[in-house]
Design a protein around this ligand. Sequence first.
Ligand code: ACO
Length: 322
Amino acid sequence: MKTIKIVNTASQLPEKIVSNDDLSKIMDTSDEWISSRTGIKNRHIAVEETTASLAAGVIKKLLLQSQVDPAEIGFIIVATMSPDSTAPAAAAKAEQLAGLNGIAAFDLNAACSGFAFAFTTASGLVNSLDCKYGIVIGSETLSKLVDWQDRRTAVLFGDGAGGVLVQAVDEDERLLASDLKTLAGDADYLTAGFLPRQGWGQKKLGSPYFQMDGHAVYSFATRQVSRSISDAFAKAKLKITDADWFLLHQANQRIIDKVADLLGVSQKFFLSSLKDYGNTSAASIPTLLDLSVKKGLVKRGQLIVFSGFGAGLSVGTVIYRY
Ligand code: ACO
C-alpha cells in the first residue's frame, strides 16, 4: 500500500478584501462585535473569481512550483460546498481553466470538513488508480450562499482556495491516521443551498441561504473536534503532545481556543488565519497550511494535525508527518 506525501502547497485568494468596518456600513454590526466573538477582521470576497477559477489558480501554482509533468497526475479532488454549478463539477471546470485535460476530476462535499475527507480519499486513490501524483484542493465562494441581510451569518465567511500536490510514496510514516465521522442526526443545525426548483407536487425545501444554529454548532464543534483528535491519536498510537502544530478549520477563534483547552494543549500550537481570511469552509485548512509553510512555521518532518468540522454535521481529523 502506498501513502501520500505533500510535495508542495499553494493558495489563491480573491482580490477584494472586505473589512469588518466595510460590513458595518451595509448591516447593523461592528468591528468590536465581530472580532471579539470570532477573531475575524477581514475576509476576501470573490467578485470576478469563481470556485473553479480559484481552484484553477491553485493548480497552476502547484504545477509551476513543482515542475511535475501533468501527464503523471491521476486525479484532482476539489472539496467544496459552493461549486459554481452542480454540473460540471468545480474540479472539471478548474481542470479546463488550468489548461489540463484527461485527469479524473471530481468534487467532494463534506462542507468544512471537506479537506480532511478529500485528503484521506486521495491516499486510497493513489493505490486504486496506481498513479504517481494527485491534487487535493479546498475551494469555496461562500459569499454567494450567504444572505447579506443576515448579520448572524454574513460576517463569518470569506472566499478562497488552497491545495496540495501529493505524491504516492512507499513510506509508512506519512499519513498516520484519519478519523472521519458524520453525525447526521444533527444535520439540520447547519444548512445551505437548497435548489430553488422543486419536484412536481412537492413542498418547498429549505432556504438557499446559509442557516445555522450558532450555539448548537459551537457545542458540537468543541466536543466532537476534541474527541476526533483524541480518537485519531489513539489510532496512530501517538500522544497528543507529539504534535508540532494543529491546523483546525478556521470557523471561530473561540472554538479553536476551547478545543486546545479541552485537549490540554497550549493554544500557541494552534495556527490561525481567521483574522485575515474569516471562515473559508473547505479552503480554510489548506490555505492555512500554505500560509504556515511559506512563513516557515510548518517544516519538513513535523507532525501536523488537520481537523475540519461543519455541515453534516461532520468532523474529520488527519495526523500527518509533513
Ligand atoms: N453584529 C452585531 N450583533 C450581532 C451579530 C452581528 N454580526 N450577529 C448576532 N448579533 C446579535 C444577536 O442578534 C444577539 O442579539 P440579541 O441578544 O439582542 O438577540 C446577540 O448578538 C448575541 O447573539 P448570539 O447568536 O447569542 O451570539 P454568540 O455570542 O453566540 O455568537 C456566533 C454568535 C459567533 C456565531 C457563535 O454562536 C459561534 O461561534 N458559533 C459557532 C458556530 C460557527 O462558528 N459557525 C461557523 C460556521 S460552521 C462551519 O464552518 C460550517
